[in-house]
Design a protein around this ligand. Sequence first.
Ligand SMILES: Cc1ncc(COP(=O)(O)O)c(C=O)c1O
Length: 461
Amino acid sequence: MTLHVPSQLFRDDRIDAACELIQAALRDRQRELTGVRPPASERQQTYSDWLEHLAGLRGGSLYYPYLGTGVGKGSLVELADGSVKYDMITGIGVHVFGHGHPELVCELVRAAVSGGVMQGNLQQNLDTLRLCEQLVALARESGAAVEHCFLSTSGATANENALKMLFQARFPANRLLAFSNGFAGRTLALGQVTDRPANREGLPTTLAVDYLPFFDRHEPDQSTRQCLASLHTLRDRYPRQHAGLMVELIQGEGGYYTAPRDFFVALFEEARRHDIPIFIDEIQSFGRTTRMFAFQHLMLDSYVDIVSIGKMSQVCATLFSERMKPRPGLISQTFTGATSAIHAALFVLDQFQQRGLLGPTGRIAEIHQRFERHFKRIERDLPGTIAGPWGVGGMLAMTVFDGSAERTRDFLAELFARGVIAFPAGRQPTRVRMLPPLLVIQDQEIDAVCEIMEAVLRSLA
Ligand SMILES: Cc1ncc(COP(=O)(O)O)c(C=O)c1O
């Protein structure tokens, strides 16, 4: 049953008036943010002390010396050392609306007055219903047989919930198929799925995972054959023991590697033949391709049994088909999402509908192409310094210099110092990745970011 919960659940002119005042105060403060700004020298010592203090409290230093003031304007973010930078990683894809979005601020005000800081299984408001309804409708848009939606506060929890559903549905199967170079999250179970020894160092083995080799664009046919051959071998070695096949259609932490539709179809058909359900992890790819889901972008709708989303959705979710439905008792949470995060999620979905971001000629495609044109130009002007971009749509990656971890780290540190925040992904080569704020980034900001990148490449070449 589709309910169509009304979009405006809380309306009062006084709240609208308060929002206008808050927006005016925000705009005044944002007027100070006109572009990249270096740190204020008089704040350096205090800022270093704060960073050191935080590192001590959290038991390890931060990747970047990043402590925000909470103020920003679109792609620009202000740090507590007084600097202003272009945020091209947005908390790894979270702040798709950039910083200080005036309309979002009003949504958060509405969330504040709507009661209940957190929502959960004994405390959900109508906005939870509205969000679940919208997510299921989006997932089903071109035919996926997804009927249910369970919200959660992190990508890892959404994935854990998915794994529990798979194992319960396929009991007594107790193994999982996953991909080399994949990332799934950092819980005890997901640490086994993530293909990085450092992420599970010292941890007990909680899950038996069998890895399939991913697609290699240099050897398309051979790598597809190899993947299928591995699947056959594993199926023969462990008959009926695989509860599911977990896959990122665009490997995120692994370095933005993807594969053509044919690769996935060949694999998924084979999995289907052996009644192995398919679980697609879209924590990073949700809302970054030409469609809301990468499985829609690749036209793989008919294969989806479970899909998880996170990051730019603000609230994470596990969406699943009827046959994956858990029995009572398997899944429950005190917190499924903060009320403000649920309002922000609805805001993001609404903006995607309104702004023409999706589609082969949508804004996301334009953003990708503009970055691509700059990268190609820099590659021509400064041969050997940059290659790429790879990835899809709003997931952009490139390699700088020899792609070594050290040189990439030096590049990123210098880029940060000059006012652009990006992040590494993958190993051998290590890539530089960007998840720009797709709802707000302007063409001239893309140009400014690429100009800074070029200057850094020149200085380090
Ligand atoms: C593909 C994928 N799955 C799962 C996760 C884990 O999400 P979270 O960090 O919100 O727990 C991530 C996070 O980077 C991810 O990229």
